[in-house]
Design a protein. Structure first.
Ligand code: SF4
Ligand code: SF4
Length: 116
């Protein structure tokens, strides 16, 4: 497995927790870094969108554009840049150690794992 594959597996594993327990905190109260390609969809000129009032695409704790959601949303809460993997400390899943097994795998693959 590659670092990117382990990260993808970690994101997938978090899905049920996101839906049933966290209920889309990152979409309703978090901050997601939005890349330039994604900005038009949000109409936000900055490089970050602050979702204090919730994302306009969030409805009943579900993303209405899930299949076409921005890459920032697809990546969250794990960013992979080369051998560096960053976990978002704003995510309750990260905070409660849901990724410990994946972190061990990433370290075995030589990744540097950061929290931010
Ligand atoms: S904040 Fe983390 S646990 Fe909560 S919905 Fe977002 S990715 Fe899932
Ligand atoms: S586009 Fe969808 S996944 Fe992204 S913040 Fe909005 S509701 Fe969440």
């Amino acid at each position: 497995m590659t670092i990117a594959q382990v990260a993808a597996s970690a994101r997938r594993s978090l899905g049920p927790y996101c839906e049933s327990e966290c209920r889309a905190l990152c979409c309703s109260k978090g901050i997601l870094p939005i890349d330039a390609k994604s900005q038009p969809r949000f109409g936000n000129p900055g490089s970050f969108i602050v979702l204090d009032n919730g994302c306009p695409h969030l409805f009943a704790s579900k993303c209405r554009i899930y299949q076409n959601r921005p890459s920032a949303c697809r990546e969250y809460p794990i960013w992979v840049r080369g051998n560096t993997v960053t976990l978002s400390t704003g995510c309750p899943g990260v905070q409660s150690g849901k990724f410990y097994a994946h972190e061990r795998q990433l370290l075995r693959l030589g990744a540097t794992v950061l929290r931010q």
